[in-house]
Design a protein around this ligand. Structure first.
Ligand SMILES: Nc1nc2c(ncn2[C@@H]2O[C@H](COP(=O)(O)OP(=O)(O)OP(=O)(O)O)[C@@H](O)[C@H]2O)c(=O)[nH]1
Ligand SMILES: [Mg+2]
Length: 217
């Protein structure tokens, strides 16, 4: 009985979130803003990827940076002189559409063409929470272990593209980056997967090309 009740509550929360996400998507579309939900394990390279993309992409980029307690990531993005709104989730281990709805007025959508939303570092909680973004990217890195994708299939099932980062460290940590790519492709055969190193630049152009392709779809 208790289990049935908790499933119903969870469904209600997810449905309410989906409704708000739809509203967020409308605001992005009205402003011709392509929005990306960037999800990944703690320390997998989310903020580093954004720093690189801000440097390398021609687009006007804005960022919403979610963190549990700090504004560290927002400060790193601020140094790149692009619009950024830092969001603290408190105890919550994911962003949700309601938080994004309230952050949107603080990002000048009319001045940007891409909005990256850095989700809280976590491969579990964000899976169910649509933010209204056009694309969800999942980034993991070899240093979390090459069984990471196998252990977290749900996050890859709902993703549009995936990145296996820090391949420059694969040998040092005894991880097989190709296995990680294959695991992701087994979980979700429809999505592109890029092997990347934000230290050497490997894979960065491929990621940029994918975002351009998604933007033009
Ligand atoms: N060697 C190597 N280090 C990397 C790479 N990408 C990121 N790092 C380092 O990994 C650490 C974590 O990177 P972040 O970009 O802060 O990771 P994050 O996913 O934003 O972390 P949280 O927001 O705390 O979850 C930093 O010290 C980066 O310099 C990479 O490709 N290779
Ligand atoms: Mg970060």
């Amino acid at each position: 009985m208790h289990n049935v009740a908790s499933i119903e509550i969870e469904q209600d929360i997810i449905q309410a979130n989906d409704k708000l996400a739809y509203g967020n998507r409308q605001k992005f579309d009205e402003n011709n803003v392509f929005a990306v939900d960037l999800v990944g394990a703690v320390g997998s390279g989310k903020t580093s990827l954004l720093e690189t993309l801000i440097d390398e992409m021609d687009d006007d980029i804005g960022v919403i940076a979610g963190d549990i307690l700090s504004k560290f990531d927002a400060k790193r993005i601020e140094e790149k002189n692009v619009p950024v709104k830092g969001l603290n989730t408190g105890k919550e281990c994911h962003l949700d559409a309601h938080l994004i709805e309230h952050a949107i007025p603080e990002v000048p959508l009319e001045d940007i063409s891409i909005l990256f939303i850095e989700n809280v570092g976590n491969l579990i909680c964000p899976a169910d929470f649509n933010l209204g973004a056009h694309v969800r990217t999942v980034i993991i890195s070899v240093t979390e272990g090459d069984d990471t994708a196998e252990k977290h299939p749900m996050i890859f099932k709902g993703a549009d593209m995936a990145i296996v980062n820090k391949v420059d460290l694969a040998e040092a940590v005894g991880a097989d980056a190709d296995k990680m790519v294959n695991d992701i492709k087994t979980i979700n055969p429809d999505i592109p997967v890029v092997k990347c190193s934000l230290k050497t630049g490997e894979g960065v152009q491929e990621i940029i090309d994918l975002y351009k392709k998604f933007q033009n779809q």
